[in-house]
Design a protein around this ligand. Structure first.
Ligand code: IVH
Length: 709
């Protein structure tokens, strides 16, 4: 029989060849944009169509198929990266306030923590929130030693050579403390942004969506000479580890940095009361469009550094600062379809597919619709929202970017509604697995009852598992997870650690079957293997149990210390063991809801099996990352506070103890290492004595931890 393909091969025209070449180049570029730059240049359907066309041509003309054809590839190999570098003091994010009330709430929280009433004067330093990317500069004996991006907050990328090309960043500083981490923002001015895009366009290069993306893309260039040509700028706005104080207040510290030659923002103000804060916010909002750079709000920081130290941080953000965001811009567009996505915990989340529209410089084509009440026009309190107007497919809607990030629907113009439009019928079953999706009385959302058997939940759990603040498996992006899941290679987290065995070699290997290069394949497997050693807090967070976010995971890890202690207590709690139950709810910050959710997970045999399978794959589960403070006298000890303290609030005392590596518990047990008894301590003090636990009074406590100024 004549080989059909060879026959047709012979007939392949120049046109076919050039079409295939074009497709190669388009798909390669699209892959790179998608996998390496996180900036898709083709919509999914278009991409799929092109790839399918190429496959078709390759099937017909196999000897025209290039050896490195993109049809054989899952994605482009990860970008050659920068060296990793650890921050001496973590780079946190900021809590947001979206209204005047929320700024007031922030002030109230600060006062509660300090035990200050509303009449006590408390100053805040206010400055614009620059829309750039954060950078940490390490100076040793006045010499710039390292510039590091934020990364996951603990470890960032070493971009020193690039930062050195930015004229505003001094290489050498006279009179600097011997060690100093300066924190600030890299940004690109609006003029430079415009001119860069014009230059790029003229050279058929990549253009950028907004100045922030341009700044990020320009700093993370492998070739520092490109960074040099991009005219990046820098504003210092704080500091990390420092060998001697820069001043008693934030404003003083900024003045000192400015005297050292570091650029600081001139339009700042020390506010003595709430009115001044409001005035500053409104003033900056008015100036916003005339500034030479993009800002997205105002940051208020408790002025006195000693108070900042007392307030400390949660695991994600300092308690002494808040970012007050400007209201986002809005735009009108058509709501084409309402689709239902299934989340990690089974929640059915409606998403609006919109005709693409530009909102504040960014193209928006999806918006969250929260839940079925939101679509119906009812708020979480049962009150009508959008004047009770429901949302329907085909509607003309107003969208905005909440906190300038997540697009939402603010309004709907019913007068433009065409006849025949009907109310949206929210599904009662999971669109992914068909399981019933009931809505609990206390829950705003419907949840798929398929749990870990639901394919959509599986995929979302896996994505969560590898995400930055969980196992942080960088090479395993969303697309790869989806692909491996659809191929049956991944069902649960433990499977990730089995990938090397399954597709590391042989005929189903990534190289043979998926067309990967040997180097990128082994890089992925090595990265996965390196995560077999993980901290307990990350592990607990990665499990993706409902209500167990990072903060809760931190507290649980801090309290239990080891996986086996955590596992044992939960297993006993599932068997209704009273001691275990009371220990669980005694953990600071763990209430009924969280406890129930944890017990629900541990008593589900499938989930438990998946967890055991995962732990089996791990090599080493370390103590909580933040609690590695070995030189503190209370490190690793479980402390119970009882009664009232005079010098600090309970919240401050607990935060301080945790910062020094202690665990906090609400009840005295054999595990308790120390009881701090304030005024009027009752039964807990007695119980401690019975158990032979050491009890100290407030004065001894203050001696132990040293009182911050
Ligand atoms: S103070 C969390 N001040 O905003 C550490 N941050 O959303 C205290 N940012 O990563 C940050 N302008 O890079 C501070 N004037 C300003 C800022 C600012 C921009 C960035 C910062 C941080 C992010 C948090």
């Amino acid at each position: 029989m004549v080989d059909e393909s060879t026959e047709i091969n012979a007939a392949a025209s120049d046109d076919t060849l050039s079409e295939m070449r074009d497709l190669y180049s388009i798909i390669r570029q699209a892959n790179e944009a998608y996998y390496q730059n996180d900036e898709p240049v083709l919509v999914d359907a278009e991409y799929d169509k092109k790839k399918e066309r190429l496959r078709q041509l390759e099937r017909r003309y196999p000897n025209l198929k290039a050896v490195d054809s993109p049809t054989g590839k899952v994605g482009a190999p990860p970008a050659e990266g920068f060296k990793k570098a650890r921050h001496e003091v973590p780079m946190l994010s900021l809590d947001n306030a979206f209204s005047v009330e929320e700024v007031l709430e922030f002030d109230a929280k600060v006062r509660r923590f300090l035990g200050w009433d509303i009449g006590t004067p408390l100053e805040y330093d206010a400055e614009p929130k620059i829309d750039g990317l954060s950078l940490s500069l390490t100076y040793v004996d006045g010499l710039l030693r390292r510039a590091t991006t934020r990364g996951d907050g603990t470890t960032g990328e070493d971009v020193t050579r690039n930062a050195q090309t930015i004229p505003e960043i001094p290489e050498r500083i006279e009179g600097a403390p011997s060690f100093m981490e300066v924190r600030g923002e890299i940004y690109m001015g609006r003029e430079e942004f415009k001119s860069l895009n014009e230059r790029q366009e003229a050279a058929s290069g990549k253009t950028y969506m907004n100045p922030r993306n341009a700044a990020a893309g320009s700093l993370r260039q492998i070739d520092p000479e490109i960074t040099r040509n991009r005219k990046l700028q820098f504003f210092a706005h704080g500091f990390g580890k420092i060998s001697e104080p820069l001043g008693a207040t934030h404003a003083q510290a900024m003045t000192r940095l400015s005297e050292m030659g570091l650029p600081t923002n001139p339009i700042t103000k020390t506010c003595s009361n709430f009115n001044e804060m409001k005035e500053y916010f409104e003033g900056i909002e008015q100036q916003r469009s005339r500034l030479a750079y993009d800002i997205d709000g105002v940051v208020f920081k408790v002025s006195r550094i000693s108070l900042q130290t007392r307030l400390g941080s949660s695991s994600t953000a300092p308690r002494w600062a808040v970012s007050a965001k400007f209201p986002g811009e809005t735009a009108w567009t058509t709501l084409r379809r309402i689709e239902i996505q299934v989340g990690r915990t089974g929640a059915l989340s409606p998403v609006a597919r919109l005709d693409p529209v530009t909102v504040g410089g960014v193209v928006v084509s999806n918006a969250t619709l929260h839940n079925e009440d939101y679509i119906a026009g009812v708020g979480s309190d049962g009150q009508p929202i959008r004047d009770g107007k429901d949302l329907r497919e085909g509607d003309w809607v107003k969208v905005y970017r909440a906190g300038d990030v997540i697009p939402k629907v603010a309004d709907v113009d019913c007068s433009r509604r065409k006849g025949g439009s009907t109310r949206f019928e929210f599904p009662k079953a999971c669109p992914a697995c068909g399981s019933a999706a009931p809505r609990e009385e206390t829950d705003a959302v419907r949840r798929c009852g398929g749990d870990i058997a639901c394919p959509a939940q599986q995929v979302e759990r896996l994505k969560h598992f590898v995400s930055r603040n969980a196992f942080n498996v960088e090479g395993l992006g969303d697309r790869l997870i989806e692909q491996f899941h659809s191929e049956g290679l991944l069902r649960q987290p433990a499977d990730i650690f089995k990938l090397r065995k399954r597709i590391g070699s042989g005929e189903n290997s990534l190289q043979e079957w998926h067309g990967w290069g040997a180097k990128s394949a082994s890089k992925l497997f090595d990265e996965i293997d390196s995560r077999r050693s993980i901290s307990l807090n990350r592990l607990i967070f990665a499990l993706g149990i409902r209500h167990v976010g990072e903060g809760v995971a931190d507290r649980l890890a801090l309290h239990f210390g080891t996986w086996s202690a955590f596992d044992e207590t939960l297993t006993s709690a599932c068997e209704r063991n009273e001691n275990a139950l009371s220990e669980l709810v005694s953990v600071e910050g763990i209430g009924e809801t969280i406890a129930k959710s944890l017990i629900g997970a541990f008593s589900d045999p499938n989930i438990k099996k998946a967890m055991d399978g995962l732990v089996n794959e791990l090599k080493d589960i370390q103590d909580v990352e933040r609690a590695q403070i070995s030189d503190s006298p209370i490190s690793g000890i479980t402390i119970v506070f009882t009664g009232t303290l005079a010098a600090m609030t309970r919240a401050e005392a607990k935060a301080r103890a945790e910062a020094l590596g202690a665990r906090i518990s609400g009840s005295v047990s054999a595990r308790t290492g120390l009881v701090v008894a304030g005024q009027g301590s009752g039964s807990k003090g007695k119980k401690a004595q019975e158990l032979g636990v050491r009890v100290i009074d407030e004065a001894e406590w203050l001696d132990l931890v040293g009182k911050a100024g």
